[in-house]
Design a protein around this ligand. Structure first.
Ligand SMILES: *Cc1c(COP(=O)(O)O)cnc(C)c1O
Length: 405
């Protein structure tokens, strides 16, 4: 099937709306993607046709809901090339997945142990580990980055030692778009016996990671950045790790047997899935994965790279515009500033023109500190964006510059 962006846009009802009297130009995909009608329909179908709790009832609706939810787990398994479906844990999103692992590691770490984090992490992949360090006495060290926004792997080599127990790094930076060489990072960590968690929140809308090939210990992502709903995500963990990790939350669904004296926990994946989950979200997550695969990740990446190249060239023609994140391996995220103009002011003017971009620190304050800036304007493109929208953005940026300087 040839990639046809006009036809693809028909799937997204929201792209037809206007904002401030102008057609919406949605360029905040790194914060959350829009949803195709297929995904919206699957949520509506669940609530309209077979809404019921899962894993509990013998009645037909409950069976249908359970089957659909578990079928979605299998889709996720297949999509990420995960060997066993019980290594797929449904979470409420990336943040939940990271906290689950960080909490579980408390008793595995002791004083003097070290954990390594990259300089370009989302706060979600910093704060839970800081809390872990406080509980366990482990020390956090930072893998530094270059001016271009790429990780310094030689420095990483220097930081690794037999004290290193855990490494956590994002696959793709949400602020810079940098694609990190996670395969090398994982291999080197394993050489010193450290486990690796990869934050895939930003990658799964652009690429299709093969988790067995990566040999990663934990991989987390959120459905809402890959055309799925909010409030649902997945944690992949190697079976051996998930067996060892204690449950994160107690409650229904996650137990084998309960008495007031003692509880035994359910098998994987249920051990980590306490309480009634986001059933509609879990089902629609599977629909989103089907949708993306139907378009195809090669086609998605091809179109997005075209947008990235075009937008980068056009934006750099604006005098005084500086782009942050200029590594060779990057996805369709462009963080930039106009000399001396606050990003918030640029974002406000763009909004008046119907253009949605993100302004601020993008939950990555350490990156902003590195560049000594308060924040950036971030335009992030998805496969449903067009070259015409890039033109509208560039024109808007020029207008903002004229009005503000
Ligand atoms: C969005 C994002 C997160 C947080 O995801 P939630 O869905 O808010 O839990 C973490 N890391 C990166 C790189 C992100 O882009």
């Amino acid at each position: 099937m040839a990639f046809n962006v006009t036809q693809i846009r028909e799937d997204f009802p929201i792209l037809k709306r206007e904002v401030n009297g102008k057609p919406l130009v949605y360029l905040d995909n790194a914060a959350t993607s829009q949803k195709p009608k297929q995904v919206i329909d699957s949520i509506v179908d669940y609530y309209s046709l077979y809404n019921s709790n899962i894993h509990r009832g013998v009645h037909t609706l409950s069976q249908e809901a359970t089957d659909a939810y578990e079928a979605s787990r299998k889709k996720i398994q297949k999509h990420f090339n995960i060997s066993r479906s019980h290594e797929v844990i449904f979470t409420s999103g990336t943040t939940h997945g990271i906290n689950l692992v960080a909490n579980g590691f408390t008793s595995f770490l002791k004083e003097g142990d070290e954990v390594l984090v990259s300089a370009m992490e989302h706060h979600s992949n910093i704060v839970p580990w800081q809390m872990l360090c406080e509980r366990s006495g482990a020390v956090m060290k930072v893998i530094p980055m270059s001016e271009e926004g790429t990780l310094l792997l030689d420095e990483y080599d220097q930081l690794l030692s037999d004290r290193t127990k855990l490494v956590f790094v994002n696959h793709i930076s949400n602020s810079l778009g940098t694609i990190n060489p996670v395969d090398i990072i994982i291999e080197k960590a394993h050489q010193v016996g450290a486990a690796v968690l990869v934050d895939g929140a930003q990658s799964c809308s652009h690429i299709k990671p093969d988790l067995q090939a990566l040999d990663v210990d934990f991989y987390v992502t959120s459905a809402h950045k890959m055309c799925g709903p909010t409030g649902i995500g997945m944690l992949y963990g190697k079976e051996s790790w998930l067996q060892k990790l204690p449950p994160y939350q107690g409650g229904g669904e996650m137990i084998a047997e309960v008495t007031f004296e003692k509880t035994t926990f359910a098998d994987l994946p249920h051990k980590f899935e306490a309480g009634t989950p986001n059933i509609a979200g879990g089902i629609a997550f599977g629909t989103a994965i089907d949708y993306l695969n139907e378009i195809g990740f090669n086609a998605i990446a091809g179109h997005e790279q075209e947008l990235l190249t075009y937008a980068t060239e056009e934006l750099l023609k604006v005098p005084g515009l500086k782009i942050y994140g200029t590594g060779r391996e990057k996805t369709s995220v462009i963080s930039f500033n106009l000399e001396d103009i606050h990003p918030y002011d640029v974002g406000t003017i763009l909004d008046k023109l119907g253009i949605a971009v993100r302004t601020g620190h993008h939950c990555t304050q350490p990156i902003m500190d590195f560049y000594k800036i308060p924040g950036t304007v971030r335009a992030s493109f998805a496969f449903y964006n067009t070259k015409e929208e890039v033109d509208i953005l560039v024109e808007g940026v020029r207008k903002a510059q004229m009005m503000l300087s």
